[in-house]
Design a protein around this ligand. Sequence first.
Ligand code: URP
Ligand code: ZN
Ligand code: ZN
Length: 471
Amino acid sequence: MKKIIVNGIIVTAADTYKADVLIENGKISAIGHQLSREDAEVVDANGCYIFPGAIDPHTHLDMPFGGTVTKDDFETGTMAAAFGGTTTIIDFCLTNKGESLQNSIQTWHDKSKEKAVIDYSFHLMIGEINEAVLNELPQVIEEGITSFKVFMAYKNVFQADDGTLYRTLIEAKKLGALVMVHAENGDVIDYLTKQALEEGKTEPIYHALTRPPEVEGEATGRACQLTALADSQLYVVHVSCAEAVEKIAEARNKGLDVWGETCPQYLVLDRSYLEKPNFEGAKYVWSPPLREKWHQEVLWNALKNGQLQTLGSDQCSFDFKGQKELGRGDFTKIPNGGPIIEDRVSVLFSEGVKKGRISLNQFVEITSTRIAKLFGLFPQKGTVAVGSDADLVIFDPTAERVISAATHHMAVDYNAFEGMRVTGEPVSVLCRGEFVVRDKRFVGKPGYGTYLKRKKYGEDTLKQQETISIQ
Ligand code: URP
Ligand code: ZN
Ligand code: ZN
């Protein structure tokens, strides 16, 4: 059935204007004034913005990690994402050394197929490069997985060596993929953590103290240099500190094809959270860790001036009870990660737009448009335009709420932003023209979300390395 959204203010990465949106067959078929309402369901968006559905480029759903499995799977995770205004996620498909890439990808299809309530795609982890992997990569690209992830940390678990990163960069350039890195120096972290444990330093705060900003800055700089050498393209995930921003800015200033993502937790939480009593600091254990507060301003400025371009959630949720608690008496056993998928957009709007740190159009660029362009989804996703999927968020910019585990939709038993007051909230969310959330109530269906084959890196996105205007 046709739908027409009336009286809303459309916001894209470039424009803000009042117009109605006509939806037919899951796509936006017209934008304008006095559009025919014949046979159409009329949806009133008076007083609200209409944003393109947000895209989360960084999630870990149903993922085994740290001796346990993330609490949110593709059903609860995508449902929570939808409540937060996200209509597409790109999840990380893990691989195991010696196992075929196709097996790993099939595992991720099996995890997601009947469960996702919004659209989804996968990045593929590259842990080793050998003949078998090289032979499989063209098929991976054929299947629309056009981004590869290399971990420079998590020694003896996910960490790849520099040779693997370098060869991945070379292959990515040949095949049309974007290489993503978790940039921390895993060998140095391994040394520092062993030393801390030997000295009896076992509390959550030592997770942060054994992964100082220098190890992130060093790995980020190394990844940029290897990208230059390979004449390739790089996306640095979850940037947390000034040292890493500096390396990305330096690379971009030299004209390198390097991009950076940060996450809400690094923008609004700080290292002192790891010192909460009764082991509650474990709730705030991420890698990279939360930093001293002054880094937040650097990250906000980097988003504003285009040195960082995207916001991911790095959703990787574990219950406090029974999961984070695995690390009582040994911080290295605390599963790393947190529940952010639901509040990513709200936190950026409230702390960013409402507080004047970024513009409304930058907010759309950072949460949706730039991500669609980098990951081969534009213009199907990432904008409000005729012909694009009708992935739309009707957003009330004046609504106030207090974030809490008591009201969130994630499966996990705490919220990292507990008690934080935010302004602005998605009221209704549509994915391909169907309501997933309507008037703040879930009306979607597990299995509705479809797998998205993505285009090659840079394909018909004109020029990725265009100047991002300072607004
Ligand atoms: O602590 C984190 N970030 N957990 C998720 C896995 C990763 O490194 O992205
Ligand atoms: Zn990571
Ligand atoms: Zn992650």
